[in-house]
Design a protein around this ligand. Structure first.
Ligand code: GLN
Length: 286
């Protein structure tokens, strides 16, 4: 006896939890039958065939076992764009759109500044969104993970910006012995590096579900930013800028770190929509 989409969702209902919402169930079933969620909700009387029921059962057991929905779907929306993702990369977060908005605004206001580096690019959301919205920029995307870099490259191709992007596997930024595939200086360096303090991370629900490599920022969460700031001195163009996503509790510490290294600059902290410190912005004077 065949079951309709609506009946299937009713059967799932008792399993719903805070982490696995009704909306997630609808998104996942829509994905299995190859339609958008809005279509599914307008066609709940659609019968599911046995292979669809099998795939839905498999997908729902993965979700119940704690696998994040975006990894099961294989894609996730960021900045209005549908990025492909794999468990090799962090799931894009809406807070990161703040960084992308600032980057785009600054590049649009300064038409002569056109070289950007996105350090620790992961799925490439920052680099690709910037390249999409600012048509004449050139972006270097780096990551220490080759698997992540492949996802970023794939997304650059998906949105057809790959011809204005370079990809480099390295630890943060290239050292001077590495060949650099782009100009020797960047007008803008962006990064959403791993910034969760190790101990905090071990107590979070994301631990073990998203790559530790993309989350673990060392003892106080600022290990990678400390290194990036020191490296950036060599790579920033005169009057260049840095936009760095940080953890809410790190605002003051990140600020003083930035002042130590970039005394001659304008440094600001910006809050996300939830009112928490989220973005460190540094503008060099000369
Ligand atoms: N914002 C992410 C989280 O809350 C962390 C991202 C990062 O470490 N860059 O899990």
């Amino acid at each position: 006896m065949s079951v309709t989409a609506g009946e299937y969702l009713k059967q799932i209902a008792p399993k719903l939890t805070d982490e696995f919402s009704e909306r997630d169930a609808q998104v996942l079933l829509a994905h299995v039958i190859g339609h958008p969620r809005a279509w599914l909700l307008a066609h709940l009387e659609t019968p599911l065939n046995p292979p669809q029921v099998d795939s839905a059962n498999q997908a729902f057991s993965r979700l119940e076992a704690g696998e994040p929905l975006p990894y099961i779907l294989g894609h996730w929306e960021f900045y209005g764009l549908d990025f492909d993702i794999t468990p090799d990369v962090l799931i894009p977060r809406p807070e990161t759109e703040l960084l992308v908005e600032r980057a785009i605004r600054w590049l649009k206001d300064s038409p002569e500044r056109r070289t950007v580096a996105d350090v620790g690019t992961g799925s490439g959301v920052i680099a690709v969104a910037v390249a999409m919205r600012v048509p004449d920029v050139r972006v270097l995307a780096t990551d220490i993970s080759r698997a992540a870099l492949r996802v970023a490259q794939h997304n650059a191709q998906k949105f057809n910006v790959h011809h204005r992007m370079d990809f480099l596997q390295c630890d943060l930024l290239p050292t001077h012995v590495d060949p650099l595939p782009t100009d020797s200086h960047f007008d803008l360096i962006c990064a959403n590096l791993p910034y969760v303090p190790t101990k905090t991370l071990h107590g979070l629900p994301v631990f073990g579900r998203e790559p530790t490599l993309a989350l673990d920022g060392g003892e106080d969460g600022l290990d990678l930013y400390r290194r990036l700031l020191a490296l950036s001195i060599n790579w920033l163009a005169p009057r260049g800028a840095l936009l760095l996503e940080i953890e809410a509790a790190q605002g003051m510490k990140a600020l003083s770190l930035a002042y130590d290294l970039f005394a001659e600059s304008t440094i600001q902290l910006h809050k996300d929509l939830a009112g928490r410190d989220r973005l460190l912005e540094i503008h060099l004077h000369e």
